[in-house]
Write a protein that binds this ligand. Structure first.
Ligand SMILES: CC(C)(COP(=O)(O)OP(=O)(O)OC[C@H]1O[C@@H](n2cnc3c(N)ncnc32)[C@H](O)[C@@H]1OP(=O)(O)O)[C@@H](O)C(=O)NCCC(=O)NCCS
Length: 302
């Protein structure tokens, strides 16, 4: 059997389908067109392993800047695991990474010790919540918010200003990715501005690849818990009015150990924890205003 490891091309629809289906089977809940968004990046670093031409595994190392990389989508199809394909895939893809710089990833807890050999260290725990939109909306609708905060649609705010807000909060410029992310199929997004016109938070959500499973939020960036609540209320109303899924379930992945307010918010909305995962990095912590991270953009691209 011949193993070929190559960069994933946008046109390789069978590999894209393979990765989406593997992620869905692992309950990673990929969003519709998430992969297309990753592939729209300059040199996205998504690799696929093919055995006799058939995809069996994937991994991604994305270079956000010369000082920061992220790693994710590391999968080998169940029946091919334990045969060395994972290590080969990882070692091929990592060859373009500058290991003197920061590399980050969200990992399943059982792999963290194994990644230690590459210098990854545990940083903080994160939780994935499943929130019922109707229930959450009932709670949010009963609350009173500062009238100086107003909700806008993405196309009602200056895109440059929004992108600057994202860069400041995320910590690295990722404009092309965010523009694609906010406008891909099945997306919902809202921005909150003050009466002086300053952006103080934004949220995006997408319908899941497995349509009947609902939606996934990310990012949910906000200057305060109140702004995050205003954003979620507007987002959930938008989803109820014209979402593509019949499900009322929304997944939100939160850096709970880093921003405890994100955990308090999920408890308020009666979110059910469906998974826990670890944020790990090499060489210290990347930039980012983590106290404004109420929801991670995506665990596949840290
Ligand atoms: C993790 C996974 C990709 C490894 O693929 P694989 O083909 O089984 O790996 P190999 O046969 O090359 O690996 C042999 C050993 O090295 C480990 N390993 C593989 N890749 C590794 C890496 N990049 N870093 C450290 N350890 C690694 C494997 O876990 C395995 O350990 P074990 O013998 O103690 O069980 C595969 O098990 C998988 O798809 N798991 C489910 C998805 C998942 O959890 N992905 C990781 C998310 S953080």
């Amino acid at each position: 059997m011949s193993l070929l490891i190559c960069k994933l091309a946008k046109t390789d629809t069978s590999s894209i389908k393979f990765i989406n289906e593997e992620m869905a089977a692992l309950k990673w809940k990929p969003g519709l067109e998430d992969l297309e968004c990753y592939l729209s990046l300059d040199d996205p670093g998504v690799y696929v392993a093919k055995l006799d031409g058939v995809p069996i595994g994937s991994v991604c190392f994305y270079k956000y800047s010369s000082t920061y990389y992220s790693f994710g989508i590391f999968i080998v199809k169940k029946e091919y695991q334990g045969k060395g394909y994972g290590m080969k895939l990882f070692n091929t893809a990592m060859s373009e990474v500058d290991w003197s710089q920061i590399v980050s990833a969200y990992s399943v807890p059982e792999m963290v010790n194994k990644y230690a050999r590459y210098g990854f260290e545990f940083r903080w725990m994160c939780k994935g919540y499943d929130v019922n939109i109707s229930k959450a909306l009932e709670i949010l609708t009963a609350m009173t918010f500062n009238p100086d905060l107003s909700v806008k649609n993405i196309n009602e705010v200056d895109q440059e200003v929004l992108l600057r807000y994202d860069t400041a909060v995320f910590g690295y410029q990722r404009n092309n990715f965010i523009l694609k992310w906010l406008h891909a199929k099945g997306r919902h997004a809202k921005v909150v501005v003050t009466d002086e016109g300053a952006i103080v938070g934004y949220v995006a959500a997408r319908v899941l690849y497995v349509n009947e499973e609902g939606y996934r939020v990310g990012p949910l960036f906000a200057d305060s818990t109140e702004v995050a609540q205003v954003l979620l209320k507007a987002l959930f109303e938008d989803i109820i009015s014209h979402g593509m899924s019949c499900s009322k379930s929304v997944i939100i992945q939160c850096p709970t150990e880093k921003n405890e307010n994100s955990e308090t918010l999920m408890e308020l909305l009666q979110g059910r924890i469906y998974t826990e995962f670890v944020y790990m990095t090499t060489k210290g912590i990347p930039n980012g205003c983590f106290d404004k991270w109420y929801g991670i953009t995506t665990t596949e691209l840290a």
